[in-house]
Design a protein around this ligand. Structure first.
Ligand SMILES: [Zn+2]
Ligand SMILES: [Zn+2]
Length: 149
């Protein structure tokens, strides 16, 4: 059955969501639940709990590649870890991560000005960006407050 056109009544539309295989969905659900960056090995251990067996690492890496490509998951190069996307934005849109060294909290931020500046920097060198991720390390607001107290 194909999805019909929009009718004149209320029902949820999920048309934009990419199709996820059970394996990919399991990876995404764990990252969404953890709400912090998770390394691939930890992810494999977490997947092994409900599955009752450890999934093949290549399978997990392939699922992560797909989710990153779709913009549902981000890779934090500085931590070699993965994080579910906290915001709705395009997969190729620039995003800044504010990574707290003290508590490990990671906040995701975007702004039109940041997007324009990053695009300008790349364009000035004739560079065609694939991923535009800025990682900012330091102390989150809660930890700054705690340190000051
Ligand atoms: Zn994101
Ligand atoms: Zn913190």
């Amino acid at each position: 059955m194909t999805r019909g056109v929009c009718h004149d009544h209320d029902h949820p539309h999920t048309g934009e969501e990419p199709r996820l295989t059970p394996g990919r969905r399991a990876v995404l659900e764990i990252l969404e639940r953890m709400r912090r960056p998770v390394g691939a090995y930890e992810l494999i251990e977490l997947l092994a709990v409900p599955a009752g067996r450890r999934p093949a690492p290549t399978q997990v890496y392939r699922a992560l590649d797909f989710l990153v490509e779709q913009g549902l998951v981000h890779r934090l190069a500085s931590r070699n870890a993965f994080l579910a996307c906290g915001r709705a934005h395009g997969a190729s849109e620039p995003v800044a991560f504010l990574i707290c060294d003290a508590c490990g909290r990671v906040d995701e931020a975007t702004s039109p000005a940041l997007a324009a500046d990053v695009a300008g920097v790349a364009a000035s060198r004739g560079f065609s960006p694939r991923a535009q991720i800025i990682e900012i390390a330091g102390r989150c607001a809660a930890c700054v407050t705690k340190d000051a107290a």
